[in-house]
Design a protein around this ligand. Structure first.
Ligand SMILES: [Zn+2]
Length: 109
């Protein structure tokens, strides 16, 4: 097998393993295990409850790369993805997106 094929097969194997399966081989400190654990927490959450980030304005544009923590499942989500999630939630529930996001990222007072 070529090295590339071997690497691709290895990656596919890792991608299809559960966090527990991968952790039994690599341990909990492995980066992919941590990503999978986070992904499983987020997927199994019955409804995200994001922790407010009142200091978000001081983060500048770098905040787009940051994550927001869910108090319900303990998962961390990229802010852009969290915003999309909240948009869908607001749409589905008929709640106002602005007031939902303002409770997490408060507007300038
Ligand atoms: Zn959650």
């Amino acid at each position: 097998m070529t090295d590339f094929k071997k690497a691709a097969t290895g990656l596919l194997k890792v991608a299809t393993m559960t966090a527990d399966e991968l952790a039994s081989r690599k341990g909990e400190d492995d980066m992919f295990v941590k990503i999978k654990r986070n992904s499983e927490r987020l997927s199994n959450c019955s409804g995200h409850d994001f922790e407010p980030q009142p200091d978000w304005r001081s983060k500048g544009w770098g905040m787009l790369d940051r994550t927001v923590h869910c108090r319900a499942c303990g998962g961390d989500m990229k802010i852009g993805a969290a915003h999309d999630y909240l948009r869908g939630f607001a749409h589905g529930s008929g709640q106002d997106l602005k007031s939902i996001t303002a409770s997490i990222w408060p507007p300038e007072s």
